[in-house]
Write a protein that binds this ligand. Structure first.
Ligand code: GN1
Ligand code: MG
Length: 366
């Protein structure tokens, strides 16, 4: 039995014929698809340098999925197993397994006949918006303690800027000379981008349970392009709703790729922006405050800025956080995200109007 098979056997027992192959495009964890007889699973090696408390991480995911499962069952939904992730425990009843080299592993049921998109159209964006709105709504009454912050200060722009400034100061990889202009662009926007933290301190912007990685490819669709479920629950934790809104726009409403080398490809697609806003507000408008609504479009700028800063920090540090496919990958990502930010800035007033209009249309129906 090879190493991966031996790990999987901790969760599902021995099966000499199981097939294991790489899956997905995550930048953090390693994922595999496991086929064992007529059952299919996802095996993941959890990056414990980033998720430092795997026990708490898995506990969060278990609480979140159980709560959603109860809600869906209560709504009379029949294919609940395809509508929410299911963790598979080890034979010892644990939600993860640590191998002899210290790596952490988990197994989930694979959701059959599902697909995800890196690029979508407005109709799918509308459905994704409803799904993420519903996700926040379902988790609003999660009982018990607040969820554990699996990565402290994950979407905290002040903290991200502090780390960025330390990286610039240290210039560990000696890469600063050629990127000085971009450092200035980041600094020029720093104060505006810390607005959410400020509003929160003033008691004007609440934290709610957020997904915190609402990338377009974290939604699974069925063969008829209906939403099945939201995946990648590692970062579900308290946060600002503008973060979740913004991260979807950053990934789903970009006419180019996150790491596009051709910056002419990169800009905001306002049709997708509008469709997502419409779907999201349909489910979220009833529980959002006016301050939250007024800052959704800002969230698109903020999350794109934040991702620019995060890729840039990793580039300056010498590529220690994100998996890279080639040496300058983090710089290419930084520049592509910055280009998207500029496009969002140019279109900001239009985006504000779109949010306001759709919010108004939703609230008129209450
Ligand atoms: C990482 O691994 P993946 O693709 O799910 C990152 C997100 C970033 C994203 C950028 C834990 O997500 O926050 O937005 O890359 N996850 C973590 O594409 O840092
Ligand atoms: Mg993720």
């Amino acid at each position: 039995m090879d190493k991966l098979q031996q790990i999987v056997s901790q969760f599902i027992g021995d099966d000499a014929n199981m097939e294991i192959k790489p899956l997905g495009k995550g930048h953090i964890n390693d994922s595999y698809k496991v086929i064992a007889g007529d059952k299919e699973y996802v095996l993941q090696r959890i990056n414990h340098h980033i998720f430092k408390n795997v026990h708490q991480l898995q506990d969060n995911i278990q609480r979140v999925t159980e709560h959603i499962r109860k809600k869906l069952t209560g709504q009379g939904i029949i294919d609940v197993d395809r509508r929410v992730l299911t963790l598979v425990p080890t034979f010892d009843g644990a939600l993860y397994y640590q191998d002899t080299t210290g790596d952490y592993w988990r197994v989930m049921d694979f959701i059959k006949e599902s697909k995800s998109y890196d690029e979508i159209n407005p109709e799918l964006a509308y459905r994704a918006g409803m799904a993420f709105g519903d996700f926040q709504k379902m988790l609003a009454d999660l009982p018990g303690e607040p969820l554990f912050e699996t990565i402290p200060n994950f979407h905290n722009m002040e903290a991200r800027l502090e780390t960025f400034r330390e990286a610039v100061k240290a210039n560990k990889a000696g890469r600063l000379d050629k990127v000085a202009e971009l450092v200035k662009e980041i600094e020029d926007r720093a104060e505006e981008m810390c607005k959410a933290e400020k509003l929160h301190r003033e008691g004007k912007l609440p934290k709610r349970i957020n997904h915190c990685d609402t990338k377009v490819n974290n939604i699974l669709f069925d063969k008829n392009d209906q939403v099945l479920c939201v995946v990648d629950l590692d970062t579900v934790m308290p946060g600002y709703v503008l973060s979740d809104f913004g991260d979807f726009i950053r990934t789903g409403a970009n006419t180019g790729a996150e790491d596009d080398k051709n910056l002419d490809n990169v800009s905001v697609d306002l049709d997708i922006f509008e469709a997502y806003a419409k779907g999201y507000l349909k489910n979220a408008a009833p529980f959002l405050s006016e301050v939250e609504v007024e800052n959704l479009a800002f969230g698109a700028k903020l999350l794109t800025y934040m991702q620019t800063v995060r890729f840039f920090t990793d580039y300056i540090d010498g590529d220690t956080y994100y998996k890279i496919a080639y040496p300058e990958h983090n710089l290419v990502r930084t520049e592509a995200q910055f280009k998207l930010l500029q496009s969002l800035e140019e279109n900001f007033e239009k985006m504000q109007q779109i949010v306001r209009k759709n919010y108004y249309l939703c609230t008129a129906l209450f």
